[in-house]
Design a binder for this molecule. Structure first.
Ligand SMILES: Nc1ncnc2c1ncn2[C@@H]1O[C@H](COP(=O)(O)OP(=O)(O)O)[C@@H](O)[C@H]1O
Ligand SMILES: [Mg+2]
Length: 281
């Protein structure tokens, strides 16, 4: 088996769709038959609760792994869905941001833990917190690839230069192979000119990096977590469901993942409306 492809969803801005993208792409990849681990590195634990996991019932979290070096096997929630394991998080993880400061190898603790499961999974998806602190640096050090979700809103690119600077720093000092796999535009509203304008602006900033799939603003995507469900479970035929399926197809292609023997054929990228179609309106 090839070592796991580790992908971090990062953007220090909150509310841009990191967690929604992490949960729904991890679920979609598992549906395709890949062995997937989702790591929730945000103390808010939104990825954990989005999958319907009750945080009060947890024996251990990512905190135990990064701070106390607990073995993955003791903490991982196996098969929260077929093919999908979860390393959950709770608010207690917030303390790690402070406690890590004085620790040896403080930036590499998640990376070291991930090495142990390199051969267990095809893909590891890491949901980062909305900051550029040590938890995000740990995620970027553990990852091979970064996906940057950007919301189609005013000031979308605000802070992105700082994120790129952090990624470059991690690359130089800690993780030379790290790359930006792509930028995913989220919450696209076809009724506003602003959305199309933002996509153009981001395209100028990241030529060739934007994923073809653009995730529309969709109430169904916002509702699904309150039912503890991925969009593929809650409403697969919704526009958000179609978009995240298409995005998973693009991820499979960009990561060069081999379709598992028992998996279904990945969807074709760009199953959503082409952008020009929206922009014309
Ligand atoms: N495409 C979308 N359409 C509508 N609501 C969305 C969409 N993506 C995310 N949301 C909602 O927006 C909020 C922020 O998204 P989230 O994924 O939690 O962002 P982040 O993890 O970057 O803070 C959540 O309430 C989520 O349900
Ligand atoms: Mg989040």
């Amino acid at each position: 088996m090839k070592p796991a492809q580790v992908v971090a969803l990062a953007n220090q801005k909150g509310g841009v769709g990191k967690t929604t993208t992490a949960v729904n792409s991890a679920a979609a990849l598992a549906e395709h038959g890949f062995r997937v681990l989702l790591i929730d590195v945000d103390p808010q634990g939104n990825a954990t609760s989005s999958l319907g996991i009750e945080k009060t019932d947890l024996d251990g979290t990512v905190y135990d792994v990064v701070v106390d070096e607990a073995p993955f096997a003791e903490v991982v929630l196996a098969a929260v869905r077929p093919g999908l394991d979860l390393l959950p998080s709770t608010p207690a993880l917030a303390a790690a941001e402070v406690e890590l400061v004085g620790m040896a190898q403080r930036e590499r603790r998640l990376a070291q833990a991930c090495k142990a499961v390199d051969q267990t999974y095809s893909v590891v998806v890491i949901d980062c917190p909305p900051s550029l602190g040590l938890l995000t640096v740990n995620a970027l050090t553990a990852a091979r690839h970064v996906v940057i979700p950007i919301q189609c809103e005013f000031l979308a690119l605000e802070g992105v230069s700082q994120l790129i600077t952090t990624i470059d720093l991690v690359k130089r000092r800690l993780n030379p192979k790290l790359d930006v796999l792509g930028v995913l535009m989220t919450m696209f509203d076809s009724r506003t000119r602003l959305s199309a304008h933002v996509v153009d602006e981001v395209r100028r900033f990241f030529p060739d990096r934007i994923f073809e799939t653009v995730v529309p603003r969709s109430v169904r995507l916002a509702e699904a977590p309150s039912y503890g469900q991925a969009i593929a479970e809650y409403d697969p035929a919704s526009r958000g469901g179609v978009a995240y399926r298409a995005f998973a197809g693009e991820l499979i292609a960009r990561l060069g993942l081999d379709t598992p023997a028992n998996g279904s054929t990945p969807p074709q990228p760009n199953a959503t409306l082409p952008l020009t179609d929206h922009a014309a309106r």
